[in-house]
Design a protein around this ligand. Structure first.
Ligand SMILES: Cc1cc2nc3c(=O)[nH]c(=O)nc-3n(C[C@H](O)[C@H](O)[C@H](O)COP(=O)(O)OP(=O)(O)OC[C@H]3O[C@@H](n4cnc5c(N)ncnc54)[C@H](O)[C@@H]3O)c2cc1C
Length: 487
């Protein structure tokens, strides 16, 4: 441990944001970097606890006190090696992770936790700036071939690990560019897409083949792929969107968030031709759903110069404090305010949308809501409308950000894969294998809609079991077993 009194001397400090009026003029990232000295001080706040609960808070088992210490000592290259030992893509998690590690930080019991996520991002950025991230192809090839279907964080992590083990890996992606939700869900203001491209360039140099614009199950039959490769890893995400089947949901202007956000990301990437443009400009926008997707719709609508942006969440307003029944070091359900929320949205909780209202031409012009409350009946919470709270809102664009119900059925049907009760690919956490020999599943397609850090973790874990299936044993690391260099 570097500085024994660090946590007493320095306050928590994270990268500030550019002022709202500047950042909403464009889609670029808007964090303002901290000086090197400030970052080292943040690393010095880590107490190197006897039992670092942050390790177990992190789905990757990142070796957090070790890289914090290296940062404090200015040993950035070592910090990068430690970080990359357990995390293939810290530049993604360092920008986008909700940081369960920080909720589990021991300092967080009675002080502000260490700024683990921000330190992670800065380590990754220095590593790229200084050329420390170099292609590292395997010394020998095994002659085995693996098809990874889907190029989100799970697929990318699985591909990189399996390539490191010496297998020839092809990643199949139906979109025009790899990245999954990193590229087509998450807006550029949260992560600019060159961050994905520079990592893909390294992976290509390592020998991984990316075959885009290819939908497996449609362009290539899943059975053929299975016959052509020694193993198949399904990393196809949980892409079936939850609907809101109420009166008026077919009106023009009621739009799924995952039609709106990918279109805008493509627009930012230079695409100009769309079958039908979906724009928030000059409209009263209501975003239904209070999660990450809803928040991204808010930031995007504001940048598109919506007339107003309102957000509904069906759950009650959580406290900013950790709830008593979710004590440290668990992940607490508390009120989270994202950078997009700070940009000018009217947020409402305990609201249920009852009906969309249209004009005579079938265009959305408003919606009707009621307030709701969760009432405990026979030991179970049920949602009840509060009488007399019906309200009509002006709205020309309603964005449905209601989450995802599971994975698309096509590959499961073609390959005969069993699904679980939530319509995800059924594969045990013990080996990521489906009921079909040689076919594995990881990421959102297996665990349901989740987080980037979980997708990377699942891709890494699945790679171990695929390698073991192909070779009889594996030298790839399992969770938290990075090949840790000593400092
Ligand atoms: C709008 C939005 C914002 C989010 N923000 C955050 C955030 O800030 N932080 C965070 O941690 N998590 C966030 N998440 C969740 C996170 O993005 C996902 O948990 C993560 O991307 C899942 O990774 P994955 O690789 O399993 O699947 P995905 O990223 O969904 O990738 C699946 C890929 O498979 C491809 N595919 C599917 N079927 C086929 C087929 N038949 N043939 C070929 N390719 C196919 C898809 O095109 C896609 O590219 C967000 C999610 C959304 C929707």
């Amino acid at each position: 441990m570097g500085k024994i009194t660090g946590f007493l001397e320095y306050e928590r400090e994270t990268e500030p944001y550019a002022p709202v009026e500047d950042r909403i003029k464009e889609y670029k990232e808007f964090t303002v970097p901290l000086s090197e000295e400030k970052l080292k001080n943040q690393g010095a706040r880590c107490m190197d606890c006897g039992i670092p609960f942050c390790h177990s808070g992190c789905p990757l088992g990142n070796l957090i006190p070790d890289f914090n210490d290296a940062v404090y000592k200015g040993k950035w290259q070592k910090a990068s090696e430690i970080l990359h030992a357990t995390n293939n893509f810290p530049e993604f998690t360092g920008r986008l992770c909700p940081a369960p590690c920080e909720e589990a930080c021991v300092l967080g019991i009675n002080e502000d936790p260490v700024t683990i996520e921000n330190i992670e991002k800065n380590i990754a950025e220095r590593a790229f700036e200084n050329g420390w991230i170099q292609p590292n192809p395997p010394k020998e090839r095994t002659g085995k071939t693996v098809a990874v279907i889907g190029s989100g964080p799970a697929g990318l992590a699985a591909a990189q690990q399996l390539n490191r083990a010496g297998h020839l890996v092809t990643v199949f992606e139906r979109d025009e560019k790899p990245g999954g939700l990193l590229r087509y869900g998450i807006p550029d203001f949260k992560m600019e897409k060159h961050v994905i491209d520079r990592r893909l360039a390294v992976m290509e140099e390592e020998g991984i083949v990316f075959t885009t614009n290819t939908s497996i199950g449609k362009d290539i039959a899943a059975e053929k792929l299975k016959a052509d490769f020694d193993a198949v890893v399904l990393c196809t995400g949980a892409t079936v969107r939850r609907k809101l089947p109420i009166k008026g949901s077919d009106l023009k202007g009621v739009v799924q968030a995952m039609d709106f956000l990918p279109q805008n990301n493509r627009r930012v990437d230079g695409c100009t031709e769309f079958d039908e443009e979906i724009l928030a400009s000059d409209k009263n926008v209501i975003v239904i759903g209070g999660g990450d997707t809803g928040s991204d719709c808010i930031g995007t609508s504001i940048r598109q110069k919506a007339k107003s942006v309102t957000n509904f969440e069906i759950m009650g307003k959580a406290s900013t404090e950790r709830p008593e029944n979710q004590p440290w070091p668990y992940w607490p359900m508390r009120l989270r305010t994202s950078s997009s929320h700070q940009e000018g949205v009217d947020r409402h909780w305990s609201i249920s949308t009852k009906e969309f209202v249209g004009d005579k031409d079938g265009n959305l012009k408003g919606l009707i809501t009621t307030e709701v409350e969760w009432v405990k009946e026979n030991g179970k919470f049920t949602l009840k409308e509060v009488p007399g709270t019906e309200k009509q809102w002006d709205c020309e664009l309603a964005l449905l950000a209601l989450g995802f119900t599971g994975s698309e059925p096509v590959l499961a049907e073609q390959l005969g894969i069993q699904l679980d009760e939530r319509t995800n690919m059924k594969a045990s956490e013990n080996n990521y294998a489906t009921n079909v020999k040689g076919v594995f599943a990881a990421g959102d397609s297996r665990r349901g809609q989740s987080l980037i850090v979980w997708a990377i973790s699942e891709g890494r874990q699945a790679a171990y079991y695929v390698d073991e299936y192909l070779m009889g044993s594996s030298n790839l690391p399992l969770k938290g077993e990075g090949d840790l260099p000593r400092i």
